[in-house]
Design a protein around this ligand. Sequence first.
Ligand SMILES: NC(=O)c1ccc[n+]([C@@H]2O[C@H](COP(=O)([O-])OP(=O)(O)OC[C@H]3O[C@@H](n4cnc5c(N)ncnc54)[C@H](OP(=O)(O)O)[C@@H]3O)[C@@H](O)[C@H]2O)c1
Length: 256
Amino acid sequence: MKLQDKVAIVTGAGRGLGRSVALAFGRQGAKLALAAKSREEIDQVAAQLRSLRKEAIAIPTDVSDEDQVNQLVKQTLETYGTIDILVNNAGARGPIGPIHSTSLADWEQVLRINLTSAFLCAKAVLPTMMEKRAGKIINVATTLTLRPNLTPYMVAKAGLIHFSKQLSRELKDYNIQVNVIHPGVMDTRMQEDIRKAGTKAIGTDMFERLKEEGILGSPDEPAKLILFLASDAADGINGEYLSFDDKEVKFLISRP
Ligand SMILES: NC(=O)c1ccc[n+]([C@@H]2O[C@H](COP(=O)([O-])OP(=O)(O)OC[C@H]3O[C@@H](n4cnc5c(N)ncnc54)[C@H](OP(=O)(O)O)[C@@H]3O)[C@@H](O)[C@H]2O)c1
């Protein structure tokens, strides 16, 4: 198995991509700490994993809160004794609207959830990974395509891409690989919400069209890219921004 006995923290693990990642990791032998703000969904995913005889704990955590993130890492270490993999997947798009009517509070909140959270989670797991001189951090960003009226979210995700590259350079002598992905457009709650909010404002009707045509992708597919990056097969990949929409990336993960 690709992740036999590896300990992984997955944020935003209650639904969508995070849930798919948690299940894919569990099937490959990982022991999981599942985080999300609300308890119910991560409890269900943990129960599903345990029914497959996999180890999983659910730890409700607001990843934008430093104390809660530190508690998540502490509880994971108390349960499993180490941490090998961190997947910073939790995210939220925030309000849709032009910058001139965006409040400072909304701006700061969206940056905290989508960017500062990755800093907080990385900072909390790094002492363990640096001591054992091994680790994988995978951050979930988005496309670099410009989306008007979604600026705080897009800026936070662009920052996450650069944060990942910076961190990869800081950690290269510790055998810790940091990579960041665009998972493509996926059929998840976030997509449903964005369609409800009306996507004309963000300059595309692509999301409605993909849904209508029945070709909006399952998060199970980009979860395979995250599984690949978490595995030993990706030891030589560090500081990369990989898009699931890229044919070469799909080829890379299609190998057994
Ligand atoms: N869907 C797409 O097409 C798409 C495209 C590009 C990038 N992405 C990115 O992919 C990732 C997963 O998206 P998704 O579509 O699977 O989203 P989703 O279905 O809305 O799930 C988001 C997950 O993040 C958790 N979350 C949100 N805010 C949190 C917080 N402050 N603290 C802890 N957990 C939090 C949610 O749990 P709670 O509700 O309990 O907090 C939920 O488990 C996100 O980073 C998103 O930006 C998605």
